[in-house]
Ligand binder design. Structure first.
Ligand code: CDP
Length: 232
């Protein structure tokens, strides 16, 4: 039996992985799955339960038993056709993108039980559909046999600038320095954690898009993917 195609797109925060993956999925007729949204949704859940203190201490032993009560789904918005994140049947797509969630998510994503839950969900979603999945460990841990693996990187300054402009456009009150600090801090936590650290798979193709815009990144990624898929 031929397994559905999986395209894994990993990389550093704010490299435009999600936007790039979305456009690639659209061009190929695949489904885009934003694995980071799952970690963000669990962070929102933990914050609401009061399991995260402002100085970033997590009540891990309180969170773990409740993980089995969490349902995360991606449902299409009927107007835009885009998939949106639902946490226990509540639409949380916008809430999970805040700087507050960004500042806690890497600590939540370092918890083994949280990763086990998300990885199981990610694998089950790719069983029946051809997917483009973006994240940190998709090519290394979730789908080590993915058909194509890309790893997107860019300088911390270029990434912080992009995320800062996004926040500004959304009217969010945050400074460039805060965004840069968050990008650097998350890079550090994500790449040094014990389980599934952020790193390029040995067989991933690396794209540094410090000097590329989204359109150029998508074009480059699609060119690589089409070449790879043609020889399969
Ligand atoms: O969009 P951005 O690059 O800012 O981050 P994201 O993809 O939404 O991921 C948010 C956080 O979730 C990351 O900083 C990681 O800590 C965690 N994550 C992970 O550990 N593994 C993944 N496959 C995806 C995200």
């Amino acid at each position: 039996m031929k397994l559905p195609i999986v395209i894994a797109i990993d990389g550093y925060s704010s490299t435009g992985k999600s936007s790039t993956s979305k456009q690639i999925a659209h061009a190929l007729g695949f489904i885009h799955i934003d694995s980071g949204a799952m970690y963000r949704a669990i962070t929102l859940f933990a914050l609401r339960k009061g399991f995260i203190t402002p100085n970033n201490q997590i009540a891990t032993q309180k969170l773990i038993p409740l993980l089995s009560s969490i349902s995360i789904q991606f449902r299409p918005n009927l107007q835009t056709g885009k998939l949106e994140t639902y946490l226990n049947n509540e639409r949380v797509e916008d809430k999970i993108r805040s700087i507050e969630i960004s500042s806690h998510v890497s600590n939540i994503a370092a918890i083994k039980e949280v990763r086990d839950l998300c990885v199981e969900l990610q694998r089950s979603m790719a069983k029946e559909m051809e997917v483009v999945m973006d994240g940190r460990d998709i090519g290394t841990v979730v789908f080590p046999d993915a058909n194509v693996k890309l790893f997107i990187t860019a300088s911390a300054e270029a990434r912080a600038e992009r995320r800062f402009l996004e926040y500004q456009a959304e009217g969010k009150q945050v400074t460039y320095e805060e965004v840069l600090a968050n990008v650097i801090e998350r890079d550090k936590i994500d790449s040094t954690r014990a389980i599934a650290p952020l790193k390029a798979a040995d067989d991933a193709i690396i794209i540094d898009n410090s000097c590329m815009n989204l359109e150029e990144t998508v074009e480059k990624a699609l060119q690589i993917i089409k070449q790879k898929l043609a020889v399969l």
